[in-house]
Ligand binder design. Structure first.
Ligand SMILES: [Zn+2]
Length: 279
């Protein structure tokens, strides 16, 4: 079975007493002076079990990623990986692992369709995933938590999102605007000290409301906030530019490489290719 060592853009924070610091703990207590970053993860390729998960109705990509983690730094114990390490991964790390797992298990060729925003023609593309690069934070230890004194005197806390599904659930329910989406996907902003047991959704809603109230978004601090937000947007860079195949159009358009459950399944085209190889 193939394995690969992967370097995480963020990594996990651990202190010498072997305690992993969650984002919540870091936001509450600050970055410990003796913190150590663990950024190396060993992955194995997907096997039958994972294929079954991806083929089921609630294709759980997080479950598949966790299954395929063999080691995190010096940690190889299955229970610690499942219960402590994997749930603490930041979204950017988890996204990057997903990309590396796809490349390791199914190779670099990825077929998908996008619609041209100019003429609406369906463009069937074959993309080489080896071209996808990872965006890394400038300071993987300190960029993950920040505080900001809002103009109205409120202290705003920011931290990176760990469980992005909760952010996604919020987007489906409430999020129409770009700022809210970025916040929900990558950063958790909350007013006041984070409260133990408070759900991520509750904190995102509170945080977005607070930023709006404080005028942070609309006024002079917009640039500051934008910079802080984009520090948090790390992981695979999925943006690309394509040229429309419709000869009357030929528009160049920017789009993202789609990552849905099909990303971890062999594509229909790849199967056709195999068939031709057999012939
Ligand atoms: Zn077009």
């Amino acid at each position: 079975m193939k394995t690969k060592k992967v370097s995480l853009p963020w990594g996990l924070v651990r202190t010498p007493d072997n305690v992993f610091w969650t984002q919540e703990k870091l936001a509450r207590e600050g970055i410990p002076h003796d913190a150590e970053l663990i950024q190396e993860v060993e992955l194995r390729e997907m096997a039958e079990d994972e294929e079954r998960i991806m083929g089921s109705e609630d294709a759980d990509m997080d479950r598949v990623i966790t299954n395929c983690i063999v080691a995190v730094g010096p940690i190889v114990d299955r229970q610690s990986i499942d219960n402590v390490v994997a749930p603490a991964l930041l979204k950017g790390d988890s996204d990057w692992l997903l990309m590396e797992l796809r490349r390791l298990s199914l190779g670099n060729t990825y077929d998908f369709s996008v619609f041209c925003p100019v003429c609406n023609t369906q463009n069937d593309l074959t993309y080489d995933l080896s071209r996808v690069e990872v965006k890394k934070p400038a300071d993987p230890l300190r960029d993950r938590v920040f505080t900001y004194d809002a103009p109205n005197g409120t202290l705003v806390f920011g931290q990176l999102v760990r469980k992005h599904q909760e952010g996604l659930a919020w987007i489906k329910q409430e999020g129409k605007d770009v700022l809210g989406r970025i916040l929900a996907l990558h950063l958790l902003v909350s007013g006041g000290q984070p409260v133990e047991g408070e759900t991520i959704q509750a904190r995102i809603i509170k945080g977005v409301g607070l930023l709006r109230e404080a005028g942070v978004v609309a006024l002079s601090k917009r640039e500051w906030l934008r910079k802080e937000l984009f520090k948090g947007v790390c992981g695979p860079d999925l943006g690309t530019i394509s040229t429309c195949r419709n000869l009357d159009c030929r528009a160049h358009f920017k789009h993202r490489i789609p990552v849905d459950p099909g990303f971890l399944l062999p594509s229909a085209k790849a199967e056709e290719g195999t068939w031709e190889d057999v012939l």
